[in-house]
Design a protein around this ligand. Structure first.
Ligand SMILES: [Zn+2]
Length: 489
């Protein structure tokens, strides 16, 4: 057997004003056939798993491109086409091929391509031929499209948000595709449109039990795999929204039935999936009244770089300053210009500095402060699950009783160890602001007295009814209360 592996992806927020270009991919690391010789990250981890599994069986592995960009706006057309065509050229050279395994996000949009993954899978199918088994692993914040379903044999999404199961799902996809290539199974897929647009946190109920239920349905009664594509709300594409996805062994009707059943279960509990969002002042007041032994963690959900937001908004920082709150830690705030100034001034310097607010109205106003540069660190990393991820250079700035950590590589914060290169101990603060929607949770919840999800303006405001979708024609909750009303579902 010959197995071809590659990764191309990003999560495209079609509403933010900065494009995803080559630099954005390169900042996250682009590898032309050797990413599995390097430390795994969220989207290269599947390629490591696939190589190991194939080599254990004595199968030959052909490794192509790894290119994954931090989420931002629409991908520059030539950049998408360039990476895509590199994968396709490698695939042509590798023919004949038995199995193609692709690590993708599932919500990548490029100029001229609303469905990059569907486009890539279609071209891969054309080259690899009808007999090749084609599998894709997707982030659960994906748009599951007809083109993707038509051209892949098996698609598997992460089940957990935070995405702690990327390697586990890669194992699952490998088994699925290897069994199919050996003729043991014949995977067929069906998806069910839940007519919902939202975000669902899987460590807490009711989603925790829903994930357990998905797992319980697998590997019996002819069901090979069950996924829930949560969808990525900030993509203006026709198939935006939540979909249940089932892979069955040869029986498409069974796949459809299970997908519909699960989708309807989720729809029935839609109201209980909603998260309470706090207003900044209320959240800060809550932290003020909390006992000081453990920090209250405020998630600045609307400014999560992982959803394509700039990560330099100042709404929460301004609210803290206005209330005169002392003992807060804010980070990571993306501001390469401020870092350059801090670096030039040096540790110990006190100076006037303009911080954040640089990417338009979604960033808020820049904040002018007299800061002390407490410490600098270069080429830093943070933990996310089993992986280490770059944060760039860091500066710890102190002003008015608030410690602000700025960084040079736009990324959300995943873990308290992001602050370690500066010698900061997050547990000694009364309040921590993290620019992340949910991935921070696994790392920060254990040190937090409470976790509060706070909403402000930003690149990914969690007001799902108000997102300006123009391409989806089918109604969805919460824009309408019951999108199935009057229809036979
Ligand atoms: Zn995701």
């Amino acid at each position: 057997m010959k197995v071809f592996i590659a990764c191309l992806g990003t999560e495209t927020n079609t509403f933010v004003p900065f494009p995803t270009g080559r630099r954005n991919f390169e900042e996250s690391g682009v590898f032309h056939g050797d990413v599995t010789k390097h430390t795994p990250n969220l989207f290269s981890a599947p390629m490591h798993v696939w190589r190991r599994r194939a080599e254990e069986r004595g199968w030959r592995v052909i490794e192509s491109l790894y290119a994954f960009a931090q989420p931002a706006g629409v991908t520059v057309r030539s950049v998408y086409e360039g990476y895509r065509d590199e994968i396709l050229a490698d695939l042509k050279k590798a023919l004949p091929i038995d199995i193609v395994l692709l690590s993708m996000h599932g919500a990548m949009v490029a100029d001229g391509y609303d469905d990059c993954e569907g486009d890539l899978l279609g071209r891969v199918r054309e080259i690899a031929g009808a007999r090749a088994v084609i599998g894709g692993e997707l982030d659960l914040h994906c748009h599951i499209t007809r083109a993707m379903l038509a051209n892949a044999d098996a698609l598997v999404t992460f089940k957990e948000y935070p995405h702690i199961d990327t390697a586990e799902r890669a194992e699952e996809l490998f088994t699925l595709c290897a069994d199919a290539a050996e003729g043991k199974t014949r995977p067929v897929m069906a998806a069910y449109d839940c007519r919902m647009v939202g975000m669902y946190r899987t460590p807490v109920e009711p989603m925790k039990s829903f994930v357990a239920r998905m797992k319980a349905l697998e590997a019996k009664d002819g069901i090979l795999s069950v996924s829930l594509g949560h969808g990525f709300p900030w993509g203006d594409v026709a198939e935006v929204g939540t979909q249940a996805l089932v892979v069955a062994d040869g029986d498409r009707t069974k796949a459809q039935d299970v997908a519909r059943q699960l989708g309807q279960e989720l729809f029935a509990m839609r109201d209980s999936t909603l998260v309470k969002y706090w207003q900044p002042d209320d959240a800060i007041a809550d932290a003020e009244s909390a006992p000081a032994d453990k920090p209250v963690v405020l998630a600045d959900v609307a400014d999560n770089a992982g959803g394509g937001s700039p990560s330099d908004s100042t709404f929460l920082l301004e609210a803290l300053l206005q209330r005169g709150f002392k003992g807060a830690l804010v980070g990571l705030l993306w501001d390469p210009v401020a870092f350059q100034i801090a670096e030039e001034a040096g540790e110990g310097a006190t100076l006037e500095m303009r911080i954040g607010g640089k990417c338009g109205p979604i960033s808020g106003n820049p904040v002018d402060l007299r800061v002390t540069v407490k410490k600098l660190a270069w080429d830093c990393q943070q933990t996310f699950g089993p992986t280490r991820n770059g944060t760039g250079n860091l500066a710890w700035l102190q002003a008015d009783g608030i410690d602000i950590v700025i960084n040079t590589k736009r990324t959300q914060i995943f873990h308290p160890d992001a602050f370690a290169p500066l010698g900061l101990d997050p547990t000694r603060y009364r309040l921590i602001v993290v620019k992340s929607s949910q991935h921070f949770y696994a790392g920060f919840a254990p040190i937090a007295a409470r976790v509060l999800y706070v909403t402000t303006r930003g690149g990914i405001e969690p007001d799902f009814a108000s997102i300006r979708h123009t391409k989806r024609s089918v109604p969805y909750w919460p824009r309408v209360a019951d999108p199935f009303a009057g229809q036979n579902i």
